[in-house]
Design a protein around this ligand. Structure first.
Ligand SMILES: [Zn+2]
Length: 85
């Protein structure tokens, strides 16, 4: 069961990418497992995620050009239509 278990050091090294969901599905799972059993890393993760989401919220308030929003909406509609087949 300890196969694929990450140490704190390894988890923290991946934390940025975990928050950005840039890890492989396998690594995402490894980090998620570690965060479940390690309060110390979980606290750091929540702190970091809160900080990053806060930053993103501020950035998107300022930027988000209408042109981009239009493209996002088109993409969402296309995805919706292809999902309905
Ligand atoms: Zn840990």
């Amino acid at each position: 069961m300890l196969l694929g278990f990450l140490f704190c050091k390894e988890t923290l090294a991946r934390l940025d990418d975990y928050v950005d969901r840039e890890l492989s599905p396998h690594e995402m799972r490894q980090v998620a497992t570690h965060l479940k059993i390690c309060a110390k890393c979980a606290r750091l993760y929540h702190f970091e995620r809160g900080f990053i989401e806060d930053m993103r919220a501020k950035v998107s308030e300022v930027q988000a050009p209408p042109e981009l929003m239009g493209r996002v909406r088109l993409a969402l509609r296309a995805a919706d239509e292809s999902a309905r087949g």
